[in-house]
Design a protein around this ligand. Structure first.
Ligand SMILES: [Zn+2]
Length: 194
């Protein structure tokens, strides 16, 4: 599974042969659609069917997720990101959940996973930031594991914007982590190159 931009752009890139297989880097071609999913966005529920693609080299199939999602998460990445930012700023999971209109257990799950993977996330996004901007200075410690991880995300986001133009930071995060920011498969995030 890989992450791409808006659905219209995904379609254009796929049909135009511009998407590469994450396994072997050969060209991906259209291969039907995955089953419908519902993404909870700030603007309301969004029902959509992700595009499926098949590699012309290794014949592997991949589901192309929009970058406003994370793998196996129903909520838009911007909502998850807002919860992480509020938590690092000191807010508890219950008030965050109430404000965002998400079950408290769901928010607690995001925050727990983010904290568990903070070191890995920091390492990945520091690597991404340096790859995007070789002139980048050191990423300074922010005071705790989760704060350091969030700082690395922000630095990588700024490096992306400097290079490619404005884009919401949590969409950049989704794309750079291939949707795996909070996924259970730690090795996917650990081996992901920018
Ligand atoms: Zn392939």
């Amino acid at each position: 599974m890989i992450v791409c931009a808006e659905q219209a752009l995904v379609e254009a890139e796929l049909v135009g042969g511009l998407l590469a297989c994450p396994s072997c880097r050969e060209v991906l071609g259209p291969w039907g659609h995955a089953r419908e999913r519902v993404t909870r966005r700030v603007s309301g529920d969004w029902r959509w069917r992700p595009r499926r693609a098949r590699c012309r080299g290794c014949a592997g199939t991949h589901v192309l997720l929009a970058e406003l999602c994370l793998l196996r998460r129903q909520d838009e990445v911007a909502v998850i990101g807002a919860a992480i930012e509020a938590h690092v700023a000191g807010e508890g999971h219950r008030p965050i959940a109430a404000r965002l209109g998400v079950p408290a257990g769901t928010v607690r799950g995001w925050l727990r996973r983010f904290a568990e993977r903070a070191g890995l996330i920091r390492a990945l996004f520091t690597r991404c930031a340096v790859a995007l901007d070789p002139e980048l200075g050191p990423v300074l410690p922010a005071g705790s594991g989760v704060a350091d991880a969030l700082e690395a995300l922000a630095v990588a986001g700024r490096a992306w914007v400097l290079r490619f133009g404005p884009r919401p930071v949590w969409r950049i995060v989704s794309r750079l982590s291939a949707g795996g920011l909070l996924s259970g498969n730690t090795s996917a995030l650990a081996t992901r190159a920018p």
